[in-house]
Design a protein around this ligand. Structure first.
Ligand code: NAD
Length: 466
């Protein structure tokens, strides 16, 4: 499909935001988004939008993040697959459920319906600027909601591409993109929504929660944190190193479930460092700065944030450490990193990888246990007892043994955090459920009246005996 000329400005007029919401609210109350066939059509239109505009979105992702085409097409492919699966499974998800009950209640046919919450707001970050708008949107459409999508201003090319292309495929009286930054999001948050689905950092999540509290708006918070990687020395360290470097390099380390730091017994730290170095050299023969197979840092301010972490760090650079301009930092591994080091303060969200050396595996578990619950806990181990301990003694959104990030590829594994890494779940049915509520229903026949007679006053002794 030929791309029409861009007609969008970078921001939506703040004064238009309540008008947009009003249009969506009217559509919802008129029942536009109710029919299942209509919802399926919209979801498939979303898939068509992605298919027709693959190059447009890949180009925008490249401009925003230097994202390699292979990764961009992979991301778009997953979104198309999830759209099609959602449309295919919608009848199952929305089928009313008959509920078991006491004998005398059977004639009331207790039933649970999955009902749409209403008009919802989706706020997305810059690191997967397409997927983190559209993944929730697929669920919102499936649930029968109207939705405003607020992409991140930091990934401006993708945001603009979405604002331009979406109205050509989706019904604008139900789904809108609002462009902008803090002023526009603040205006959005002044309005009452029926659900807010926010993906981003914990600091802004507190602003979102405060705004939502005013209206008791339900929330999904998809946040981040420091996802650790525990390496058990009895595991194949070469394989662990290969998977760690591959996983850390993905999206330039700018993934919510990126391996944030490694914990390994001190006795094996250097063996791991040598293996990491070997795979780094294999994947990036001319270094990661010169490679087209790794995304760049999204913005000069994130580059400055990462450079500040490096500057303040007292840890030893095992390899890497070079930088180029305001958008590239070499994939850098640090060793003997102390808990109080700058690299251990907050989520790194970039191509830096600290290694914390501990005495033994008990200390490794303790290190992870006593920190904020992460979105993902990774452990390379073959030891069933250690796996059991990690499952029982720690908390995290997901536990992944012997690989990194692959959990994102499982359509039917619920994705989300716990504690500071967020709450609520997403992917296919789970996203649909986030935007739905369980509506209970009974239909009490008049023939039941004799059984119900005892409930009416006066409560005489005869009734008390019953
Ligand atoms: P960001 O800076 O793009 O912000 C996210 C959204 O918040 C944007 O749409 C932005 O406009 C809005 N925003 C910014 N300031 C605001 C304010 N003062 N008031 C209201 N809204 C405001 O993205 P980010 O937060 O830097 O994203 C990175 C974070 O997101 C990381 O912590 C990462 O782990 C997390 N993340 C989580 C997931 C997940 O699924 N759990 C996925 C991706 C990223």
């Amino acid at each position: 499909m030929k791309r029409p000329p861009c007609t969008h400005t970078m921001t939506t007029l703040v004064s238009n935001i309540p008008v947009i919401q009003n249009i969506l609210r009217t559509s919802f109350s008129n029942g536009l988004t109710r029919p299942l066939e209509w919802r399926k059509h919209q979801i498939l239109q979303l898939a068509r939008m992605l298919q027709d505009n693959k190059e447009v979105f890949a180009d925008a992702l490249y401009k925003d993040l230097g994202k390699p085409k292979l990764e961009a097409f992979g991301e778009i492919g997953v979104l198309i697959e999830r759209s099609v699966l959602s449309a295919q499974q919608l009848d199952d998800w929305t089928r009313p459920t008959s509920i078991d009950c006491l004998d005398w209640q059977r004639s009331t046919q207790p039933t649970v319906y999955m009902a749409p919450k209403g008009t919802v707001l989706i706020i997305a970050p810059w690191n997967y600027p397409l997927a983190l708008v559209l993944q929730p949107l697929i669920g919102a459409i499936a649930a029968g909601c109207c939705a405003v999508c607020k992409p991140s201003e930091i990934a401006s090319h993708t945001a603009m591409a979405l604002a331009e292309v979406m109205p050509q495929y989706l019904d604008s009286s139900a789904y809108r993109v609002v462009l902008g930054a803090v002023a526009e999001t603040t205006k959005l948050l002044e309005l009452q929504w029926d659900h807010i689905f926010y993906t981003g950092n914990g600091r802004i999540a507190r602003i979102i929660s405060t705004a939502a509290a005013k209206f008791l708006t339900p929330l999904t918070l998809e946040l981040g944190g420091k996802s650790p990687v525990i390496v058990d020395p009895s595991f194949d360290i070469n394989l662990a190193a290969k998977r760690i470097i591959g996983g850390k390099a993905h999206n330039g380390g700018q993934i919510c479930v990126s391996p944030d730091y490694i914990v390994i017994p001190r006795s094996h730290q250097d063996i791991l460092v040598s293996a990491l170095k070997r795979f780094y050299a294999e994947f990036f023969p001319d270094g990661s700065l010169a490679s087209d197979s790794i995304s760049r840092i999204v913005s000069p301010s994130h580059h400055a944030r990462l450079m500040d972490l490096i500057k303040r760090s007292k840890s030893e650079v095992a390899f890497g450490g070079r930088t180029e301009g305001q958008s590239k930092i070499e994939l850098t591994v640090f060793k003997n990193v102390l808990p109080e080091d700058s690299l251990m303060e907050d989520e790194i969200f970039g191509p830096l990888l600290p290694i914390v050396a501990v005495e033994n595996m008990d200390a490794a578990i303790e290190f992870v246990r006593t920190r904020d619950h992460p979105l993902a806990l990774y452990a390379f181990t073959d030891d069933p007892a250690l796996k059991k301990r990690l499952l029982e003694e720690t908390l995290s959104g997901a536990v992944v043994f012997n690989d990194l990030i692959t959990q994102l590829a499982f359509n039917n594994l619920p994705f989300g955090g716990v504690g500071p890494s967020g709450y609520g779940r997403q992917y296919l049915k789970y996203t649909f459920e986030a935007f739905s509520y369980q509506r209970s229903s009974i239909d009490v026949p008049k023939e039941l009246e004799p059984f119900l007679a005892a409930r009416y006053p006066p409560y005489d002794d005869e009734k008390v005996k019953i």
